[in-house]
Structures are given as structure tokens and as C-alpha cells.
Design a protein around this ligand. Sequence first.
Ligand code: 6U4
Ligand code: NA
Ligand code: NA
Length: 154
Amino acid sequence: RLPHRLYTLIFPLDKTRVLLGMKKRGFGSNKFNGFGGKVEPNESIEQGAIRELREESGLCAQSVDKCGLLFFYFEDDPVVMEVHVFVTREYVGDVQETEEMRPQWFDIHDMPFKQMWADDPRWWPYLLKGQNFAGQFWFKADQVTITHEKLRAL
Ligand code: 6U4
Ligand code: NA
Ligand code: NA
């Protein structure tokens, strides 16, 4: 079994919109995405999602809902990214730009998929329907091309 590394990915929602962040540096830079990062050794996965959201957007989530589990394989990297996906509808605080992310609200039905990871349009419909999902995506080293995928509702 390949080594896995734990990550979170969290999407703040209101009635019609989702808050995404333009990633300004590091892995996935110049893409819009939810907020998230590596889970630290001293925290639960849920705590990691809440912490990353606060660090990257300024929002403090008061509750989160698990919605998906994604595994990403890159042809040049033996470490599998295990990404736990959440939504939150209850949060306080003011949205602020950070060193890592420039936040922007988008209509949930008009997503900037051309500027997002290539897997996102595949599972976003499940998230919108409130249908939990699990997926595996195999990427080429270019981090753009998906060579193989498995995706199902849970
Ligand atoms: P550092 O700079 O080490 O603190 P950290 O914020 O912990 O980084 P980061 O930002 O590199 O971690 O985490 C990657 C983020 O990108 C996680 O939220 C998961 C997300 N992600 C990675 N591959 C993805 C993909 N194919 N599709 C997607 N999100 C992905 O939608
Ligand atoms: Na991050
Ligand atoms: Na981090």
C-alpha cells in the first residue's frame, strides 16, 4: 500500500454561493479551490478543516459537514493525497485575503472550473445535491491530465 498523507478541503456555502480562494503560492497555485491543507499530528481531521479555513479565509466555522473523500495519485509522487472534503453553512467573521488565498464568492451553478483542479467538475454536482461521494483520480505529472478515475456516490 502506498503511503498516504491527510488533507482537508472545505467549502463555505450560503444560499446561492460558495466561497473559493485563488491560491497564491505553493501546491495548486493560480487555481481557485476550497480552503484546506495538511492535517497536523495534534488535531482531528475536522479540526484541521476548521483551522485551515480560518488561516486562509478569516472565517470561523461553527459547524462542518463531511461530504466527500478523494484520493489523488500523481505519476511522479509515491505519496497518495487523501483529501477529506467538508462544507460549512455556519460561520462567523469577515472574509479576508491572506498570504495564501484571495477569497471570492461564486454562484454555486456558475463555477470557474477552467481555473480549478480538473477533478472538481466531476464531483461538484454530488456536493451540491448533498450526496456524499468517494473518488480516486490519477494525474499525470503535469497536474492537469487525468488518466484514470473512479467516482461513486456513498
Ligand atoms: P503548507 O504550505 O505546507 O502549509 P498546506 O496549506 O498545509 O500547505 P496545501 O495548501 O498544499 O497544504 O494543501 C493542498 C490543498 O489542495 C488541500 O486543501 C487539498 C487540495 N487539493 C489537492 N489536490 C486537489 C485536487 N486534485 N482537487 C481539489 N483539491 C485538491 O479540488
Ligand atoms: Na492550504
Ligand atoms: Na498547513
